[in-house]
Ligand binder design. Structure first.
Ligand SMILES: [Zn+2]
Length: 300
């Protein structure tokens, strides 16, 4: 069967571990405590990456979370050389006026695909009930305050999200304060939904969790090899090889498990959930065929 062309996102973690210390910017002091924008950006990126991987979207990060700053020119050269499909930069905002609040998104003014991605993001922000900063949409233009390196120097669609104002007391609570864990989880879903939408991938991220934990432990540990005859096992292996080929099972652990007949029901459920979440609009028929094959096997 033909392979998917897996879309790739350059997930761009704003700033670096040394940014605050070296430049006394990109963060703030509150009650003598240091709060770094890079830390928030890192936590959010890690959560977004999890969602994207589950949906079969590849993630490339040249700026690693909680690591020293990678210069902007190095970042955009990397994305352009790697020919990623989309660059998604993650930030938190700051303003001298502490009343200024909300989420917004930048895109290069005459880049249609970037604008589309930005609109999808703001649409998801609004649907979630979080505030936007004004309309939430900012068209980057040369020579203005909106002239951002990331949106200007990227050859592909690119957006920069500002996920609230660190300088606003309510936004601060979300970004660094008591609401921090919940806020990051919600934001990661908002980001992932927008990115999935951009690529035409159906977002079902939340379903995966319930799907994989619903089996009792003793059932999860039962080995498939003990339950079906060897002929069917070969067919089952073929299904998993397809899944692997589609980029779903990239660890060699899976290869070992399938080869040695160690694959258990919990893992099958996991793989099934992954397969179920890989419904690209374009390749819908292909996935349906895979699922049918798996369902037939399981019904025996
Ligand atoms: Zn920033």
């Amino acid at each position: 069967m033909g392979g998917f062309i897996m879309p790739t996102v350059g997930l761009d973690v704003g700033h670096g571990e040394d940014t605050f210390e070296d430049k006394h910017s990109k963060g703030l002091y509150n009650n003598n405590q240091k709060y770094e924008e890079h830390h928030f950006n890192s936590k959010l990126a890690i959560e977004i990456e999890k969602h994207l991987k589950i949906h079969g979207i590849q993630v490339k990060m040249i700026q690693k979370p909680f690591s020293d700053d990678v210069p902007l020119i190095v970042r955009t050269n990397y994305y352009n050389n790697e020919k990623v499909d989309l660059v998604w930069s993650i930030h938190a905002n700051a303003n001298g006026n502490t009343h200024v609040e909300g989420i917004c998104c930048f895109y290069w003014h005459d880049h249609e695909q970037s604008k589309k991605a930005a609109e999808m993001f703001i649409d998801e922000v609004k649907a979630s009930g979080h505030d936007t900063h004004g309309s939430g949409l900012h068209a980057s233009e040369r020579g203005s305050w909106t002239d951002l390196h990331i949106t200007r120097e990227t050859k592909m669609a690119a957006v920069l999200t500002e996920n609230g104002f660190m300088t606003n007391p309510e936004d601060f609570e979300d970004i660094f304060g008591n609401n921090n864990t919940k806020y990051i989880k919600e934001l990661a879903i908002i980001h992932a939904k927008a990115i999935c939408r951009y690529f035409g991938v159906k977002f079902k991220g939340e379903v995966i969790v319930s799907g994989t934990v619903s089996f009792p432990e003793e059932v999860k540990e039962m080995k498939i090899a003990d339950l079906i005859n060897s002929g069917d096992l070969v067919r089952l292996e073929t299904v998993y090889r397809h899944a692997r080929f589609e980029g779903l099972l990239d660890s060699d652990e899976w290869e070992k498990k399938v080869g040695s007949g160690e694959l258990n029901i919990g893992e099958v459920a996991y793989i099934e959930a992954l397969l179920d979440h890989r419904r690209y609009v374009k390749q819908k028929e292909q996935i349906e065929a895979l699922k049918k094959e798996l369902a037939e096997l399981k019904s025996k």
